[in-house]
Structure formats: C-alpha cells, structure tokens
Design a protein around this ligand. Structure first.
Ligand SMILES: Nc1nc2c(ncn2[C@@H]2O[C@H](COP(=O)(O)OP(=O)(O)OP(=O)(O)O)[C@@H](O)[C@H]2O)c(=O)[nH]1
Ligand SMILES: [Mg+2]
Length: 317
C-alpha cells in the first residue's frame, strides 16, 4: 500500500512506476484496493486537458503501426502520450501484447510516452473491465494525448465511444464487397475514417473504399466527417490526419460537444459500474445458496425457488 499524497504527486509527474502501480490497483479485484482507488479518485479534481482518441478497426488493419507513426510525428512538439492498448486475445496469450509494443518501436522507449497493454474481459466484448478508470487516471496525469487501441469487434465497437472524445476507424478493404458490410451504426459512431495500407501496389481497392465510405457518409448526411487514405510505411495522409484533428479539437462547437460527451460517458460508466457491483453481489449470493438448487424436480418447484431467492436477494447483506 502506498501513500495517497505520494501517488497524487507522482501521477502528476507521470512517473511510469506509479502509473503502473496505480493501474494494477485499479485492475485488482481486492475490496481494499477498490476502496482505496475510489477514495483516491474522489479526491482528485476533474480538470483534464487531455485529448482522448480511440483507434479502432479489425485485427491487423494497422492500428498499432498508425499510433507509432502518429505519436512519432508529434513527439518533437514535446507533447506527452499515454497509450492503452486493449487486447482481446491477451488474456489467453501474451503474443499480441508484445505485437502491439513492437509495432510501436519508434516511440516505446521515449520518456514522454507511457504504453499500457491491458487484457480485455469478455463481458464487454473487447473492452477491459476497468478501461474507463485507467483512462481517468491518464486524464488526471494530464497527458496531452490519450490513445486507446481496441479491436473493433462486437460490442466493443459500440462501447469504445463512451471511453473517448474522438473515434478513429481504420479499414483495410481487400475487395469492394467487404465494404458493403459496414454497419450503419459504425458509420454514425466514428469521427474519422482511415483507409489503411494505401501504399499497396494495387490502389484500386483503396480508391474504391474511399468512394464507398464517402458515399455512405453522404447518404447519412455525415459528409463533413473526414475520410483519408493513409499508409504507415510512407506517411501518406499523416499531415491531413493531424490537421483534421487539430481543426476538430479547436472548433468551438467541438469544445461544447466534448463536455456534453463527457457527461454521456460518465452516465454510461456509472450505470455500468452499478451493474457490475450488483452482479458481483448476486454471484456471491447464488454461491451461498447453491444448496437450494439441488433436487429441483419440477417446474413449479423451480419457479417457487426463483421467487423466494429473488426476494431474499434484495435483503441480503
Ligand atoms: N503495407 C502496409 N502494411 C502495414 C501498414 N500498417 C501496418 N502494416 C502491417 O500490417 C500488419 C499489422 O499491423 P499492426 O499495426 O500490428 O495492426 P493492428 O491493427 O494493430 O493489429 P492487432 O493489434 O493485432 O489488431 C503488420 O505486419 C504491419 O507491418 C501500412 O500502412 N502498409
Ligand atoms: Mg495492434
């Protein structure tokens, strides 16, 4: 256990050791760790300057390589970066974690960059259970940029928007057909679309993808969202990406939107945290009453047990 004052000071200094220690406590399931972290968070002021960007897209599309290039481009301006890479496979193997870090080889050793791979839990379909609190920690440390890498699969495609201010979707179309499959919800969700690997010899697919996404946005009256062909190999599109981000973040409208979004995000995670605490308690309750489930010999019996235990649960201490 370390001192709260020490943590606050060291976090404000972006001390990597303390950031890691605090994240371990955030991720811990021990009640005393959770209590300590919540108390500590409650004492912090909510005055963040961070820009929180989500980078999402299918496996292998080039998310980590993009982060590597993007951060390398901005490092000379002396900005600070925290990167949370949420990996759905990392609970099974360490392979992809190493994968993400090696893809970020240009930036991983830089003192202004803190990279945290985080295993995802299955319950949120690709997002870590405590991702939002880790991002809050980075906000409190006042990193200039917080980048959240998530594989865009299933539910996480939709939950990730509650973690960030601005969502970037990477796509690598291999054939025109695949783009037909872009879900309407995703088009509405992202704030910027990047067609990755646009250095590949045959540009037909990249050009086609550009048209398809632009058309899809047009039909949904969202044509003001940028669609950019990029390459992480020859920096194609990087200046355009940075210019668009700069413009978006400085727009007066966006600043109002950002505080509205902050409220939406907090609402989502508060409900989420309540659900989780109730489920945790419910699991303990069910375990304590497992005997009641033995010898359920008829539907009538099952229903009466269900009613009795449901009632008991609400008065369970
Ligand atoms: N040709 C080309 N290859 C790229 C580009 N960007 C990434 N790659 C390659 O694509 C592969 C996957 O890149 P990553 O950056 O690891 O992709 P990712 O989306 O982070 O992958 P996961 O984290 O596993 O989902 C690697 O072999 C990269 O070298 C690019 O712009 N052009
Ligand atoms: Mg990656």
């Amino acid at each position: 256990m370390f001192e709260k004052d020490q943590i606050s000071f060291q976090i404000s200094q972006k001390n990597p050791l303390y950031l890691s220690k605090t994240i371990s406590m955030i991720e811990s399931t021990r009640a005393e760790d959770q209590e300590f972290i919540e108390q500590w968070f409650s004492q912090q002021s909510d005055m963040s300057v961070s820009r929180v960007l989500g980078i999402t897209g299918p496996p292998g599309v080039g998310k980590s390589s993009f982060i590597n290039e993007f951060v390398a481009e901005l490092l000379p301006s002396n900005k600070t970066f925290a990167i949370l890479s949420i990996d759905p496979s990392s609970s099974l193997s360490q392979g992809s974690i190493l994968g993400d870090k090696t893809r970020m080889n240009k930036i991983s050793a830089h003192p202004n960059v803190f990279i945290r791979p985080s295993p995802s839990s299955n319950e949120l379909g690709g997002l870590g259970r405590k991702s939002h609190l880790i991002i809050e920690l980075f906000r409190m440390a006042q990193f200039d940029y917080i980048l959240v890498e998530t594989v865009g699969v299933g539910q996480s495609e939709f939950s990730v928007k509650y973690l960030v201010d601005f969502l970037i979707l990477l796509m690598q179309p291999m054939s025109g057909d695949e783009l037909q499959g872009i879900k309407k919800g995703i088009i509405e969700l992202a704030d910027m679309y990047l067609i990755s690997k646009s250095d590949l010899q045959d540009q037909t697919y990249s050009n086609q993808a550009f048209l398809d996404i632009s058309n899809a946005l047009h039909y949904q009256a969202q044509e003001n969202k940028p669609v950019i062909q990029i390459s992480n190999i020859n920096r194609l599109g990087m200046n355009e990406v940075i210019q668009h981000l700069e413009m978006s973040f400085n727009e007066p409208n966006f600043i109002t939107q950002k505080s509205k979004k902050r409220k939406e995000n907090l609402t989502y995670w508060t409900a989420e945290m309540i659900q989780r605490e109730i489920i945790q308690k419910l699991n303990i309750f069910l375990k304590a009453h497992e005997l009641a489930f033995q010898d359920l010999d008829s539907l009538a019996h099952a229903l009466s047990i269900k009613n009795k235990l449901t009632q008991d649960f609400f008065t369970y201490e």
